[in-house]
Design a protein around this ligand. Structure first.
Ligand code: ADP
Ligand code: MG
Length: 633
């Protein structure tokens, strides 16, 4: 026998952060007192789900045939006595030790986070957020002077025990009598919460917060929650608000989902599904569903709470319920994974979700952009992991482009706009839309009014090698030195008019570039395509997987700046001025500094510079010189 078992009652002190939390809850008055019931019902429901899963593999539990249900009672009390309510469940129950740990001494990171949250925002009503921190149980002290938790574990040999506290610094553990499995919360209400001891009031709260709890909630003999699974109803019978309520009760996510998909089918597979795409990728501390996957039901019985085998990984952010009568009730993990039916089911659901997403993209581009910002990375990672996902996900990709003016465009939109003569999908890579928008590689494309996709997400670069083509049109990086573009009228004219730098001066300048940059570059040569930019870096024709260079820089793995060809724009004024200096004042410091700066700027532009901040001292030097020379003139 342990010491605790010898003594019928024992005192324990709450963890410091729980004590602090209780202080707040006990001593303040909050408008949303009601939510204590939601929290206790949600705990009861969790406890029954845990039992349910235990019983899939182990029937040797206490009261195996007891109905899984929540029962609320309002005991009669004398006129002057405090009012009471009792909330009972037939869930997994708690042993004495579990009562001690779960309700008082467990290290409560949730309590800490909760207190921090209150600290940083004093407008916040604690009752609105408490359930989101895994400390929902304590919300009972918003309405209770005393709480007595009597529990009996599903383990046959465990004895019942009681946990008692008035919400002060400590709690007591006592022996208790309880013959059946589960937990009872005996709540002695505070005076100002006495109104809770009314069937009407309790019903109202349950309707509002717990209507879709998956176990019946009884007050007396009457079941008060709807519990008819919403996904089994016909969409035409359902109001938008019902979906919102259901979603909120299921996830405890208080933001409206980005997309709700509800459908049913009887062939080739029977399925009722109600699925959601949450507004935010991160479930956050607030959500009650913390893992990816959908809830899998068969014949209205939950068989898997987080099923990730149904949908591809790149759709794992989809939450909700999939219910199929064709699934056997006793599915194990393995059968779920290898089941032909599951594959059929998965394919069908994936198809439905993508169809609805397409609709969203067509009807509400703004909302779709929100979706893409939140979940685009899943689709990209999807291709990285499984290139065959390309056909499914590429139509959903969105990019900024040289012509999209801040908006996002799809690949289909791009293909539609491109001239028939254009046979490739052009893209340019870099670190951000703004840096890429000024890329020198764009010069010849702007001159020809050709649209170029901006690939500015590291993942764009990562998956580039696997993309190859979209609808039979290959992707093409425009930093390619040998890209073939038709001549523009301007260029034809310029070739004739000798407006550019004379051959000799230009060659002299190129010579200086070679000396100044040494083996940082493979070659320095005149550019045929640059218009507005003085120089650009291009990869030599034999460069292997140029995208890898950028990935390596991002990952910081033994990064070495790759060697490129420096192309110089003969007709750019900056080049002309520097060439002038080379001819007339060859010792001027500005020349070498200028050349090195041009090179570094080009590296940054390419997303290849290991540390852009390194150039700042040189910029200062350049400014000093420029200011001094301006002063002399
Ligand atoms: P959370 O539900 O987020 O874990 P709570 O503060 O609401 O946080 O509950 C704390 C813990 O107490 C639960 O995780 C569970 O282990 C235990 N618990 C609470 N209520 C019950 C109950 N009715 N049956 C069994 N265990 C419960
Ligand atoms: Mg809880």
């Amino acid at each position: 026998m342990t010491t605790a078992e010898q003594t019928p009652t024992a005192d324990y002190r709450f963890k410091a952060e729980v004590k602090q939390l209780l202080q707040i809850l006990v001593h303040s008055l909050y408008k949303e007192q009601d939510i204590f019931l939601r929290e206790l019902i949600s705990n009861a429901s969790d406890a029954m789900t845990r039992l349910h899963f235990e019983m899939l593999t182990n029937r040797d539990v206490l009261d195996p045939d007891a109905e899984l249900a929540i029962r609320i009672e309002i005991p009669e009390v004398g006129e002057d006595e405090p009012k009471k309510i009792i909330i009972k469940d037939s869930g997994i129950g708690m042993t004495k030790d579990e009562l001690i740990t779960n309700l008082g001494t467990i290290a409560q990171s949730g309590a800490r986070e909760f207190l921090a949250k209150l600290d940083e925002n004093d407008e916040l009503d604690p009752s609105e957020v408490i359930g989101q921190f895994g400390v929902g149980f304590y919300s009972v002290f918003m309405v209770a002077d005393e709480v007595r938790v009597v529990s009996r574990s599903y383990k046959k040999r465990a004895k019942p025990a009681a946990w008692v506290s008035d919400g002060s610094d400590e709690f007591h553990i006592e022996t208790a009598d309880k013959a059946d499995r589960g937990t009872e919360m005996h709540i002695t209400l505070k005076k100002d919460a006495a109104e809770m001891a009314s069937e009407w009031k309790l019903k109202q709260i349950i309707k509002k917060h717990s209507d879709f709890v998956r176990y019946p909630i009884y007050i007396g003999d009457e079941q008060v929650n709807q519990q008819t699974p919403l996904w089994r109803k016909r969409p035409s019978e359902i109001e938008t608000e019902d979906y919102s309520n259901f979603y909120r009760q299921m996830t405890m996510d208080f933001e409206e989902p980005l997309l709700t998909v509800h459908f049913s089918s009887d062939a080739p597979v029977n399925v009722r599904a109600l699925l959601f795409i949450p507004a935010k990728r991160e479930p956050g501390i607030l959500a009650s569903r913390k893992d990816p996957g959908v809830m899998l039901y068969s014949h209205n019985v939950l068989i898997q709470e987080y099923c990730t085998d149904l949908l591809p990984k790149w759709l794992e952010f989809v939450d909700g319920v999939v219910d199929s009568e064709d699934l056997p009730l006793n599915v194990s993990r393995e059968t779920v994974q290898n089941n032909r039916l599951m594959r059929q089911l998965g394919k069908m659901i994936k198809g439905r979700i993508l169809r609805e997403l397409k609709k969203l993209a067509d009807d509400d581009p703004e909302k779709y952009a929100q979706f893409w910002g939140e979940y685009g990375r899943y689709f990209k990672e999807g291709i990285a992991i499984d290139p065959t996902a390309k056909d499914d996900v590429l139509p959903f990709f969105r990019y900024h482009t040289s012509k999209s003016d801040g908006d996002l465009t799809s690949l289909d939109g791009y293909l539609e706009r491109k001239p028939d003569s254009q046979t490739e999908i052009y893209y340019v890579t870099g670190d951000s839309v703004t840096s890429v928008a000024n890329s020198p590689h764009l010069d010849p494309f702007k001159a020809r009014d050709l649209e170029v996709l901006y690939w500015v997400d590291p993942l764009d670069v990562l998956i580039a090698p696997g993309l190859m083509e979209y609808k039979e049109t290959p992707f093409k990086n425009i930093d390619d030195a040998d890209i073939e573009l038709p001549e523009t009228e301007d260029e034809a004219k310029e070739d004739e008019s000798e407006a550019t730098l004379p051959e000799k001066a230009f060659n002299q300048f190129v010579g200086r570039c070679v000396t100044a940059l040494g083996d940082k570059v493979i070659e320095v040569r005149a550019s045929k395509v640059l218009k507005n930019s003085p120089v650009r870096l291009v990869a030599p024709a034999d460069a292997q997987n140029k995208e890898m260079d950028r990935i390596q820089r991002l990952l910081n793995q033994d990064y070495e700046i790759p060697k490129r060809i420096l192309e110089v724009n003969r007709s750019h004024p900056l080049v002309a001025n520097l060439a002038n200096l080379v001819e007339n004042d060859p010792d001027n410091e500005l020349i070498n500094l200028g050349i090195k700066q041009l090179y570094d700027s080009a590296l940054i532009q390419e997303g290849l510079h290991p540390n852009p901040a390194d150039i700042l001292p040189r910029i200062q030097q350049l400014l000093t010189l420029a200011a001094a020379q301006a002063d002399q003139t």
